[in-house]
Design a protein around this ligand. Structure first.
Ligand code: UDP
Length: 464
């Protein structure tokens, strides 16, 4: 049954946050919790038993209440986060099964002190019904950029997916004529929806619940993508509010910090006046054994210093890799504080899968990106990184398709270009300019700060 650390008396407006059970969706809402706490709101975070330790650890003593509700039997206990799924192909099964939590959630809402408003992930579409029963306004959290939302919408509306083009043929979007993309920039579930499939029903439920919610919270800032935010706010409902980048919320932890050995290694590299490439593909991406070996070879041959976070224990490095690389590179097989690494003065480049959080964290740290999209909307994020923001460029694939195999030679060349070449220098200048704008947006008077203040005012008026 539900367990809580709250004292259950909330004299302040009370926000309830319900993140989806994946790291990339949970982390930004925990940052949001801090923004709300700083504005004197009471905050309750809803999670599941297996995800509770991660939430507690990430909040580092911030005074939010944490409540966990059990998961239905079709989600095996402990496998309560998408990064614990044996395969990403189970995603829709998992996401659909979360609806089985609804009756626990209904009961929880009835027992909590009055909730002024709820922020729940778009994937948890069924929370709208629970909120509506009690007259609680729901804001939807979408963990992607407005660019990705707007471009997907336009591609769909303009019939790109039903056209006869080859999957890798570049097509211009009429509404955004400077954007050219391919069918392969989208996941197949999105391109060829099968009306009887779990994914189709899931997306339909999500869209319908979003349309009937109060607003959409976007982890972005207006200056970054005003064209796309304005487009969404003109063409679709409900209103989108940019309140990010939420990763800028770095406050002094109340508990002592645990430093990993990699921080000392980075410090040492700074003393040696070396710059470091940070390599990470987020918490979800699946990479074939063959591709993993090619990445290792590319990094080895590049001769740059690198810190590589490897998510899966079963991904094996080529024989003798560590001896050949020596102290020039380290491979970390633990959870790291990615923001801390990106903010480290030794880190001068990021080889990234371009999950939206990673893109924002790199921008805020002023680190240029070598982009290697793997899944979800990452291909669109890469177009945004390279073509719109110009804060990085993509790794070349051997067949030219955005989903093709990357050979070590191409990787080595681009890594060197990022760290030492002209292309890297340009991207670095650009990202540093953007970092200043991003960090200003969340400060007093900034666009995101004003948007959040105004949204909270509206939410509190709604709930009277
Ligand atoms: N992350 C981290 N340490 C790790 C791996 C990931 O802090 O060892 C964080 C990263 O900083 C980001 C999130 O996990 O905030 C991953 O989100 P993103 O959207 O980049 O990618 P996803 O994992 O959703 O594909």
């Amino acid at each position: 049954m539900a367990s809580s650390t709250s004292n259950h008396s909330h004299p302040h407006p009370h926000a309830l946050l319900f993140p989806f059970m994946s790291k990339g969706h949970t982390i930004p809402l925990l940052h949001l919790a801090r923004f709300l706490l700083r504005r004197d709101l009471a905050v309750t975070i809803v999670t599941t038993p297996a995800n509770r330790p991660f939430v507690v650890e990430s909040l580092q003593g911030a005074t939010a209440s944490i409540v966990d509700i059990p998961v239905p039997d079709d989600i095996p206990g402990g496998v309560e986060s998408t990064d614990k799924l044996p395969s990403n192909s189970l995603f829709y099964k998992f996401a659909t099964a979360t609806a089985g939590m609804q009756h626990h959630f209904d009961r929880l809402l009835e027992t909590l002190p009055r909730v002024s408003f709820m922020v729940s992930d778009g994937f948890l579409w069924w929370t709208l019904e629970s909120a509506s029963k009690l007259g609680v306004p729901r804001l939807v959290y979408y963990g992607m950029s407005s660019y990705a939302s707007a471009v997907s919408r336009e591609a769909f509306m303009s019939g790109l997916f039903s056209g006869s083009q080859h999957e890798d043929e570049l097509v211009t979007l009429t509404r955004f004529p400077w954007i050219r993309l391919t069918k392969n920039d989208f996941e197949s579930e999105f391109r060829n929806p099968e009306p009887q499939s779990l994914s189709f029903k899931f997306h339909m439920n999500m869209i319908s619940a979003t349309i009937n919610s109060y607003g959409i919270l976007v982890n972005s800032f207006y200056e970054l993508e005003s064209v796309f935010i304005d487009y969404l706010n003109t063409e679709s409902a409900p209103k989108s509010w940019c309140v990010g980048p939420l990763c800028t919320n770095i406050s002094e932890p109340k508990q002592p910090r645990k430093f990993g050995f990699w921080v000392e290694w980075l410090d040492q590299k700074v003393k040696e006046k070396c710059s470091v490439l940070y390599v990470a593909f987020g918490s979800q991406a699946e990479i074939s054994a063959e591709q993993f070996t090619e990445i290792a070879k590319g990094l080895e041959k590049s001769m740059v210093n690198f810190l590589w976070v490897v998510r899966k224990r079963e991904w094996e490095l080529p024989d003798g890799f560590e001896e050949r690389v020596g102290n020039r590179g380290i491979v970390v097989r633990e959870w790291v504080d990615q923001r801390e690494i990106l903010m480290h003065e030794g880190v001068k480049g990021f080889l990234s899968h371009c999950g939206w959080n990673s893109v924002l964290e790199s921008i805020c740290a002023g680190v240029p990106i070598l982009a290697w999209p793997v899944m979800a909307e990452q291909h669109l994020n890469v177009r945004m990184v390279e073509e719109e923001m110009k804060v990085g460029f993509r790794v070349p694939t051997c067949n030219g398709s955005v989903r093709g195999f990357v050979k070590w030679e191409g990787l080595t060349e681009q890594v060197r270009d990022l760290m030492e070449g002209e292309k890297g220098k340009k991207a670095r200048n650009k990202v540093q300019q953007l970092a200043a704008v991003a960090n200003k947006a969340v400060q007093e008077g900034g666009s995101s700060c004003q948007a959040l203040d105004s949204l909270i005012r509206q939410m509190c008026d709604c709930s009277i």
